[in-house]
Write a protein that binds this ligand. Structure first.
Ligand SMILES: Nc1ncnc2c1ncn2[C@@H]1O[C@H](COP(=O)(O)OP(=O)(O)OP(=O)(O)O)[C@@H](O)[C@H]1O
Length: 612
């Protein structure tokens, strides 16, 4: 045996138990809850197989009783019988097809829902580097593959196998010897087909990836059309799309080549069998006195067996393609969810203090993002987190929201370690207002009420007033019922930020995190909104990530981050005196503002005011 064929054999041995297990699991998960549907389909399949066998057998009556015996009465009965069998088979086939479509859709929908539910529960870490369109394409594909396997197994494979059993039964009944010869030739083709299925399996592995790449390239271009146009990336984007299409085309062609080879193989075998049969039949008639009806029934059964046998081998190939997707789907469904390892603590009665106890965090072994951060934030305190880009500000607040667990150390809210609190409970008490506000398609009111389930109309109106959403909504004909479009595309950046702030206010959280949340607002609007929101949110603790000096007017203390470390923490006046990093940070802002605007920015007046 050559080295490569040894490799193929071992791959086959490795792959088969996993594939079998996935099929068994699939059947166990979908059949019990839909047993009535499957039982009805099984009855139809048995009927199709039985009627096909009966049709083959009826040719013996046609030849012997109608043509050889020339019996007119028998001819009428045989005609009624053949019509009855054909009608029965037609009805059973029709019902089987309808049930197949129903089963396939239900199974696909069942798994698509299941995967999407799982995806939503994944940790934020699992979404890193994920392309949304590609991921969605995969969800669709995995669900459809599960449906395809179930249909391949039941409607196609089982119907064809039952039909084969019925036809082989007729063949053995008519001529056991010839049936034996045919049975020896059959395994030869299955060996050949098996080799083909392994090849198709390998080719199919990359097909899903390629389909996702096409979707991603197209959807990303549409989403990012402004960037594409302003940087002149049309050619590059087009090339990416075009390359992906070409690669997929090649892969599909290779799969089609491998799949199509099964049909000619079956035809060659069929031809050999018929040739042998003709020689054998003439010898049997002259020496053994067999009737022509028996041969006709045998050959009809053999010819009728050709199609289901061909379909069985094709179905095997189809199964190989889909099984890869289903195996990946099960891996995804079996992945442990972050919440499963969390405790059952509650923050209901916790005060909104935040304690960082020697918190360190690494995204991966090579990327340490936080080192030994320790700080105590009092309930109701307003704290700004400042630092250069990449200093670890976002990472720190992501940890407060439980998106990632600290690599070492602890974060406590009101004395409760947040890793002991279920994710949903933690998120109920911590609200994030980010720079890139994401709005769902629907009305302004729908988006505000997403803040908290069961929020009253008064609470929504109050939040809308405080975040100055009412101000622009009143200018729209439908007010708060105005539709915002997908991701709020009919609103300006500043309007989206106001909706984001109002939505967070509806939440009534213990801890608010403003991540550059007012970056798209002008100074006057920021002042008005912050005045209105902070004034009334006095019990909540608020963290501001900011590069904007004007935001510092609203805070009690400032955390200065540098290279993942907390290098200073105190009120502005103290930091100006004691922290070189703080001074350096804002001097930089001043010089940049001076260059950009030719005048002194907000922080200089702030410095002047405080220093006075
Ligand atoms: N998902 C991630 N995977 C790997 N490394 C990351 C990830 N997110 C951030 N980092 C790295 O962690 C460090 C801290 O990043 P972080 O986003 O917390 O900084 P930041 O202070 O919020 O920066 P900015 O002001 O630019 O938003 C950086 O070195 C960054 O490259």
């Amino acid at each position: 045996m050559t080295k490569s064929s040894e490799l193929t054999d071992s791959q086959r041995r490795l792959a088969e138990p996993a594939a079998r297990q996935s099929i068994i699991r699939l059947v166990k998960e979908v059949v019990p809850d839909r047993w009535k549907l499957f039982a009805s389909a099984l009855i139809c399949m048995i009927a199709v197989a039985g009627f096909t066998g009966a049709l083959a057998w009826s040719t013996k009556l046609i030849v012997n009783d109608v043509f050889v015996a020339d019996d007119a009465v028998a001819a009428r009965w045989v005609a009624v019988l053949v019509i009855g069998i054909s009608l029965g088979k037609g009805i059973a086939q029709y019902c089987n097809s309808i049930l197949s479509v129903q089963i396939k859709r239900r199974v696909a929908a069942f798994y698509q829902r299941k995967i999407f539910h799982k995806v939503l529960r994944q940790s934020v870490q699992d979404f890193a580097g994920l392309s949304a369109p590609r991921h969605m394409a995969k969800i669709g594909l995995y669900g459809t593959s599960a449906g395809t396997i179930i249909i391949a197994l039941t409607s196609k494979f089982l119907t064809d196998m039952l039909t084969l059993v019925a036809l082989v039964g007729v063949m053995i009944w008519q001529d056991p010897m010839m049936s034996l010869i045919t049975a020896i030739l059959f395994p030869a083709i299955f060996l050949l087909v098996n080799r083909l299925t392994l090849r198709v399996r390998k080719l199919a592995q990359a097909q899903a990836e390629l389909q996702g790449t096409i979707g991603a390239a197209g959807i990303e271009a549409i989403h990012g059309i402004k960037t594409v146009k302003s940087y002149g990336l049309e050619e590059k984007t087009y090339k990416r799309f075009s390359d992906a299409i070409e690669a997929l085309e090649k892969r599909l062609f290779e799969i089609a080549r491998a799949t199509s080879a099964t049909v000619p193989l079956m035809e060659v075998l069929g031809g050999i069998c018929i040739g042998l049969f003709v020689i054998y039949a003439s010898w049997q008639t002259t020496t053994e006195g067999k009737t022509p009806g028996e041969f006709t029934a045998f050959i009809t059964a053999f010819l009728l067996a050709y199609q289901p046998a061909e379909r069985v081998s094709k179905t095997m190939v189809e199964l190989q393609k889909s099984i890869i997707h289903v195996e990946t789907m099960f891996d995804m469904l079996d992945k442990a969810m972050p919440d499963e390892s969390r405790g059952t603590g509650s923050l209901e009665h916790a005060t909104p203090s935040i304690t960082f106890e020697n918190v360190s965090f690494e995204y991966d072994a090579e990327t340490p993002a936080l080192h030994n951060v320790s700080a105590e934030i009092k309930p109701g305190e307003r704290v700004a987190i400042v630092g250069r880009s990449g200093a670890g500000k976002t990472t720190l607040v992501d940890l407060v929201q439980g998106f990632y667990p600290p690599t070492s150390g602890r974060i406590l809210i009101g004395g409760v370690d947040i890793t002991d609190v279920p994710e949903a409970e933690l998120r109920r008490h911590v609200a994030l207002i980010s720079q890139d506000v994401f709005l769902f398609e629907g009305s302004l009111r729908d988006n505000l009420s997403d803040g908290r389930q069961g929020a009253t109309e008064e609470e929504i109106q109050d939040a809308a007033n405080r975040a100055a959403v009412t101000e622009f909504a009143n200018k729209m004909v439908q007010g708060l019922d105005t539709q915002v479009g997908p991701n709020g595309q009919s609103l300006s950046g500043g309007q989206k930020q106001r909706v984001g702030i109002a939505r967070a206010l509806v939440k009534k959280a213990k801890v608010y995190i403003y991540d550059e949340a007012t970056s798209a607002l002008d100074g006057e609007n920021e002042r008005a909104i912050m005045g209105a929101t902070l004034g009334q949110e006095s019990d909540s603790t608020i963290l501001f990530i900011t590069h904007r000096p004007s935001t510092l007017e609203w805070v009690d203390r400032i955390m200065v981050m540098k290279d993942g470390k907390l290098v200073a923490f105190g009120p502005h006046e103290e930091l100006v005196e004691t922290s070189k990093a703080y001074r350096a940070l804002f001097n930089l802002v001043v010089s940049e503002q001076r260059k950009a605007k030719g005048r002194y920015g907000g922080i200089m007046s702030l410095f002047a005011r405080k220093q006075d």
